[in-house]
Design a protein around this ligand. Structure first.
Ligand SMILES: *[C@@H]1O[C@H](CO)[C@@H](O)[C@H](O)[C@H]1NC(C)=O
Ligand SMILES: *[C@@H]1O[C@H](CO)[C@@H](O)[C@H](O)[C@H]1NC(C)=O
Length: 195
């Protein structure tokens, strides 16, 4: 199954990230981890009118490693959360597509099919974004996360254009937010770009 292979990838990242960030973790002893999450979320919400401080500060602690990490670690966590969201949403879309009684017309079906494709691509894009992030190519990583952010908007916009009620409004919103948070944190964690 498509989504189970993404889940495997996701858990693989969960396992490898603590190893990858353990060296830099040693350097972040001056602030308590809770402060890092709060401060980062506040900074990101301050810098942008669209990012939700609440979603950021309640989402990032969901992954335990974020309690002992630095900005790079938080960036990875935001991308992991986005990947988890995409994986879950793919399963939701597949379920909706199977239940044909949930459509009164073909427009919604067409929009959902588009979203399935957008979300499938998004999963791979996030995986690649994490890969380039780990090799220090922060700007490439940001480009790819912007693409995923756009995919969430495009999925939502498809329904709006056809005058349909989107069954994925919450999912698209969450993914949009998580990508925006990831973009902000990757930007903040890039030493070559003044924040
Ligand atoms: C965010 O903005 C508020 C209000 O302008 C300010 O008090 C706060 O210090 C800012 N936080 C950060 C982390 O920049
Ligand atoms: C997506 O992410 C948000 C924020 O972390 C979370 O509240 C929500 O439960 C996630 N949704 C899915 C379907 O995974």
């Amino acid at each position: 199954m498509l989504e189970s292979s993404f889940l495997c990838l996701f858990f693989l990242f969960l396992i490898t990230i603590p190893l990858g960030t353990s060296c830099s973790t040693l350097r972040t002893t001056t602030t308590t981890p809770h402060d890092i999450i709060d401060q980062t979320c506040e900074k990101c919400a301050n810098q942008s009118t669209i990012l939700s401080y609440t979603l950021c500060s309640t989402s990032l602690p969901a992954i335990p490693v974020s309690h002992s990490t630095n900005l790079q670690g938080l960036g990875l966590i935001a991308m992991e959360l986005a990947l988890e969201n995409v994986t879950n949403t793919l399963a939701t879309i597949e379920k909706l597509l199977l239940d044909t009684t949930s459509f009164d017309d073909n427009f919604a079906l067409g929009c959902l099919t588009d979203c399935l494709e957008l979300y499938s691509d998004a999963a791979w894009t996030i995986v690649e974004s994490i890969e380039v992030f780990l090799s220090g190519k922060y700007e490439v990583s940001r480009t790819w996360m912007s693409e995923v952010m756009e995919a969430a908007s495009t999925c939502q916009g498809g329904f709006v254009e056809k005058g349909e009620v989107s069954p994925l409004t919450e999912e698209n919103y969450n993914l949009f937010q998580l990508c925006g948070i990831a973009l902000c944190i990757i930007h903040l964690s890039n030493p070559e770009v003044p924040s």
